[in-house]
Design a protein around this ligand. Structure first.
Ligand SMILES: Cc1ncc(COP(=O)(O)O)c(C=O)c1O
Length: 446
């Protein structure tokens, strides 16, 4: 398929031309499509959800991405979450550079791994022991293996619209009714695998209670994004997470908070610190890797002592605890303090207020949902509290708005059902420019 280098109409509803993508990116995309599926190494990067052509990035610094033609964009993707400090923070770059001179991988333990575990355990009181892995997918997959190994049960529960990486048994959509056996959400996932995953609507405490009443003794684990980022930002309603943890405890199931996105994002100690809960297991990734491939899963000692070589649950990785990734992680953690989160909250509040004000002038059915420095502009009336609500969004309008933002130098996540992220590097001036762009883009997308 040729790269879309010319103006593209967004279908019958749209009379707005999609902005011209720079010719360097267009040429690179044409080459990429010949050798990479969809031209990318991870699907959402392909801009298909906004019917666009991706900008190829040549470098990044602070709050900015620079396209292949050197166009500067204010970045709200932040590598899909990791770049809390902005791009290329000097102390992290220095730590990576220094670590690389000492060798890139040993396949043997290092002091840095111990330091990292000690630092994370100090921030997350629910974690007594942890294991480092290389991606969020590995973290959730391994945590669920531990839960199954510990309980001797097979069934797991997830919530519709939550994403926990691409392990087979997590690529599952709801069956025909609440709490029915899941069905594969991807080709290549065996039906039998999907059937061990039950799905429920997010924020539906009653459905969760009912499931535990009927199937409680068969459930190995419930895994949840404690703030959803992967259907756009959807916060938990009061009582939802509390009930989840209580039900797991009382039925011998394992509660797993997937804080790959929210960890060190909504607070240093993640969402569990904000709500004062201690799940049995926690998955962290993204920010804690400082932009390098690093994630962890960890939790109660009793559970983690089941992991090999101590226990029978096998899990391993050639590059796990890689010394360069660990150096980036430690340097990132060095920069986190309460003042940073206060700054992020203030910027988030300003952006939310400005976007809401701009929206109120347009009469558009849209809402802004935010927790700290993660937020989403949903092109549907709020509140959005579960996937059924999110599905009502006008994705065509979102696509037009996204294109209009990009044309104004604002790099927003190229899909409606994603979180946008602020970093410590975004300046007041960046926010002012973003709000001006957003107001014009809303007006264009009505
Ligand atoms: C909540 C959550 N869990 C797990 C993952 C998977 O992480 P990774 O992409 O590092 O495999 C993601 C990725 O976006 C995520 O948002």
């Amino acid at each position: 398929m040729p790269a879309r280098a010319e103006c593209v109409s967004l279908g019958p509803d749209s009379d707005l031309p999609f902005p011209m993508i720079d010719s360097v990116s267009a040429a690179l995309f044409a080459r990429a499509e010949r050798v990479l599926p969809g031209g990318v190494n991870s699907p959402v990067r392909a801009f298909r959800a906004v019917q666009g052509t991706p900008v190829f990035i040549s470098r990044a610094s602070g709050a900015y991405l620079y396209g292949a033609d050197q166009t500067r964009y204010i970045d709200y993707v932040g590598s899909w979450g990791p770049m809390l400090l902005g791009h290329a923070p000097p102390n992290v770059v220095a730590a990576i550079t220094e670590a690389a001179t000492r060798g890139t991988s040993y396949g043997a333990p290092t002091e840095g791994e111990v330091l990292l575990a000690e630092r994370l355990i100090a921030l997350y009181p629910s974690i007594e022991k942890l294991r480092a892995v290389s991606s969020g997918t590995e973290a959730t997959m391994s945590a669920l293996r531990v839960a199954r190994g510990f309980t001797g049960r097979d069934l797991i529960v997830k919530f519709e619209g939550c994403y926990h990486g691409h392990a087979d048994f997590l690529l599952v959509k709801a069956g025909s009714g609440a709490a029915t056996f899941g069905v594969p959400d991807s080709a290549g996932v065996p039906r039998a695998t999907a059937e061990n995953t039950l799905t429920l609507p997010y924020n539906d405490t009653n459905a969760l209670r009912h499931l535990f009443e009927t199937r409680g003794k068969d459930l190995a684990a419930v895994i949840v994004e404690p703030v959803v980022g992967n259907m756009g930002v959807v916060p938990p309603e009061p009582g939802f997470l509390e009930t989840l943890v209580e039900l797991c405890t009382s039925h011998g199931a394992v509660s797993i908070f997937d804080e790959v996105m929210t960890g060190c994002r909504v607070a240093q100690g993640g969402m569990q610190a904000r709500v004062g809960l201690r799940p049995d297991l926690t998955c962290l990734g993204k920010i804690i890797g400082g932009g390098l491939p690093l994630a962890v899963y960890g939790g109660r000692r009793l559970l983690m002592d089941r992991v090999a070589p101590l226990g029978p649950v096998y899990q391993a990785g050639t590059l796990s605890g890689n010394p360069i990734a660990v150096a980036a992680a430690l340097a990132t953690l060095d920069r986190l303090d309460e003042a940073l989160y206060a700054r992020l909250e203030a910027k988030g509040a300003r952006l939310q207020h400005g976007l809401e004000l701009a929206l109120s002038k347009t009469g558009l059915d849209a809402c802004v949902q935010r927790v700290g420095s993660m937020f989403t502009v949903f092109f549907a009336k709020g509140p959005i509290r579960c996937w059924e609500d999110a599905k009502r969004c006008d994705v065509q309008r979102f696509a037009r708005w996204h294109g209009a933002m990009l044309a104004r130098g604002v790099y927003w996540p190229p899909a409606q059902f994603e979180a946008a992220f602020l970093s410590d590097a975004h300046s007041d001036d960046d926010l002012t420019k973003t709000l001006t762009a957003a107001e014009e883009a809303f007006a264009e997308s009505v």
